[in-house]
Design a binder for this molecule. Sequence first.
Ligand code: LMR
Length: 395
Amino acid sequence: MFSNLPEPPADPILGMAQLFAADTSPEKVDLGIGVYHDAEGLAGVLSSVKAAERWLLENQQSKKYYSSSGNAEFNDRTRAMLLGPDSAEFQRARTIQTPGGTGALKLAADYIWSLAPQARVFIPTPTWANHNAIFPRAGLELVRYPYYDPTSGQVLFDRMVEALGDLRAGDILLLHGCCHNPTGADLTLDQWREVAAIANRHGALPLIDMAYMGFGEGLEEDAAAVRLLASLVPEVMIASSNSKNFALYRERVGALTIIAADEGQAIRAHAHAVPQARSNWSMPPDHGAAVVAHILSTPELKTQWEGELAEMRDRVTGIRRALAEQLSSNSGRDFSFIAHQRGMFTQLDIGSDAVKVLRSRHHVHITGSGRMNVAGLTGGNVPMVARAISQALAA
Ligand code: LMR
């Protein structure tokens, strides 16, 4: 089985870690994988997370099995955070904890396939690289819709709407809830309203990838689009992640929230999704979810975490502004869109050769597709990176 295996291709995002480690320059800058770095360039553990971990160490009574839907307190808190605890949508939804946002998408994909193998999954171009793998691996067909123009940095909404005209009843429409990965360009609430009408017209089910809640405008603001959509469309799924907003990356904390037409249908839909988790991973790892559940259920820790999240968000917003200004003035081109985009990423209009030049000559590491993790910049290296990108674009 193993004797004639070819060299496998590197993962377009996680594979960046090896390239970065192999770069011996002291000037090197990691703008590849979506990880937040502070002003000193460190990707540390949040103080609220440390406090919750200490609490768990002292107080956790047992590590016996949960059910395949994971930590019930985490699931309730997640559902409340996404949909608002007093909303009608909260009532008609149920959540399953998953190993990260990827686990949530994998669970959604297997679940969709089990119920409707003919469903096609409409994904934006561009989108998070792993979307291209997760759905076909579950046996589902992908359809790509245009989303973004890298030259102007704007959403191609008219072209998106035109392409969504091909949706059929039962198809899945994948959307990024906020802080679109890789572009940072989000739909306006009016556009979300239009997308909801399209989904309803065609009988399509929106699946929201919500991996950056709190990194855009704020927790409530970032949830507004999802809440609006869920109030307008009878059936929606949300794959959420706490990798970024709790900086719990490798602890793998995520959830799949299923919203149905009413509470009874949501309970039944949840019950049918649970066996999919059982046959994939039996149950998700608890530690990170227990940390999140403890923070969200302890008022002073919740306030502390919200402050830490706001600090991360504000730093990214400031870096976006500085980068947009310096790139525009160095290149003579208009990069102001970077300041208006949200979340960790922006997508540069840059070819793969220029990406290689950036890496080999300037030691600036972005993904091969031209996605840059703005949250990896510090105030100190923005000028150097802006100069390097301008030179690589001009070459
Ligand atoms: C990213 O997009 O860089 C992150 O979500 C990490 C990953 O798993 O790809």
